[in-house]
Ligand binder design. Structure first.
Ligand SMILES: C[S@@+](CC[C@H](N)C(=O)[O-])C[C@H]1O[C@@H](n2cnc3c(N)ncnc32)[C@H](O)[C@@H]1O
Length: 331
């Protein structure tokens, strides 16, 4: 077995100060719009990542168990399709990698030669996952990257030393609007070579009650998770949000086919954010869009693959057909 080998790096153009400035810029822009919004990527600091791990264990949040089920069923088939040559397994928005371990374990058991590269905007996610994998699989080569998806894709396009197998699990794709999702997939396709693979998870459309319940858990963990965006603005940008003056609402939007999550101001209030040198007015009942979670049909997934420049190799469903992990090849 080879020596332990783990490297964690920030993307060179995205150091902590640049990220903080980008955060400030995006919050200013988002809260200055007539329909206020804050990008959900900013929920994921250390606290946000910790809360998301708790969400994955909630009985209402079916997505994790479903995707585990898909990956358990298809790990052998994915391994055989990828083949034996040296490869880079690159995961965008890796989180705690709990499901990825199913694939990693299987590849290691069959002596595949690969390096695992978790890419995530949350530093704690990359560090914790790398340390955890190091303990569990001391011979695994790990190269973690703390950066956002698009910088991650730039980095990806520069790695031409081995076959690329990109993972985009957890229906992370559903956090983009349809147009953003297509831009992202085309950009991803442009960052890999013909014959490289993408394994992408989609949460499928199902009965509305099941979908809505997943974002409205009884313990209120999802509410804490979404509200972390306001706490983070307070912590990092000197914001003066009183969390008791906002409530969390999450609904199914039939027209767009997404769960939409908002923070609703419970009174008329003016909030100052020191580092933005600005104050923002929130009327009672006014909403701040915090996250969208689009749901898909398999037909939509196939169209997305084709338009982005991929062929669908296979679709792997869970027992209830709630979720699909789709294996695509770049053409
Ligand atoms: C919904 S969680 C899913 C985690 C993992 N893929 C899974 O299936 O369990 C989304 C992950 O993507 C990361 N993330 C969100 N937006 C990102 C962005 N724009 N760039 C890079 N990582 C991002 C978050 O920090 C988080 O770890």
């Amino acid at each position: 077995m080879s020596m332990t080998h783990t490297i964690i790096q920030h993307h060179c153009s995205l150091d902590a100060e640049t990220l903080r400035r980008q955060f400030a810029h995006d919050v200013l822009k988002g809260l200055s719009q007539s329909r206020k919004s804050i990008s959900c990527k900013y929920i994921y600091d250390e606290r946000g990542s910790e809360l998301f791990c708790k969400i994955m264990g909630l009985p209402e949040y079916y997505l994790t168990d479903c995707e585990k089920n898909c990956l358990e069923a298809c790990k052998g088939s994915i391994r055989e399709t990828i083949g034996r040559g040296r490869s880079n397994l690159i995961e965008l928005g890796a989180g705690d990698g709990i499901k990825t371990k199913i694939l990693i374990r299987n590849l290691l058991e069959h002596d595949h030669d690969f390096q695992y590269c978790p890419v995530d905007i949350s530093e704690s996610a990359v560090v914790n996952l790398s340390q955890c994998l190091n303990r569990e699989y001391p011979g695994l080569k790990i190269r973690g990257l703390v950066t956002d998806y698009f910088q991650g894709l730039t980095w990806l396009s520069q790695q031409n030393n081995a076959k690329k197998v990109v993972l985009f699990l957890g229906s992370n794709i559903g956090n983009f609007s349809p147009r953003e999702a297509m831009d992202f997939l085309k950009h991803l396709r442009g960052s890999i070579n013909r014959g490289d693979y993408l394994i992408i998870g989609f949460d499928l459309k199902k009965d509305i009650e099941t979908m809505v319940r997943a974002y409205n858990d009884a313990q209120g963990i999802t509410e804490q998770f979404i509200t972390n965006i306001l706490s983070r603005i307070n912590r990092e940008l000197g914001g003066e949000f009183n969390l008791d003056c906002f409530r969390y609402v999450s609904n199914w939007d039939d027209l767009s086919g997404a769960i939409k999550s908002y923070l609703v101001s419970t009174c008329n209030q003016k909030i100052h954010i020191r580092d933005l040198n600005s104050s923002f007015i929130f009327n009672e009942g006014e909403v701040v869009h915090a996250e969208s979670s689009y749901k898909f049909t398999t037909d939509q997934c196939s169209v997305m693959a084709e338009v982005a420049g991929f062929d669908v190799v296979d679709n792997y469903f869970d027992d209830r057909n709630y979720f699909v992990d789709s294996l695509w090849i770049a053409v």
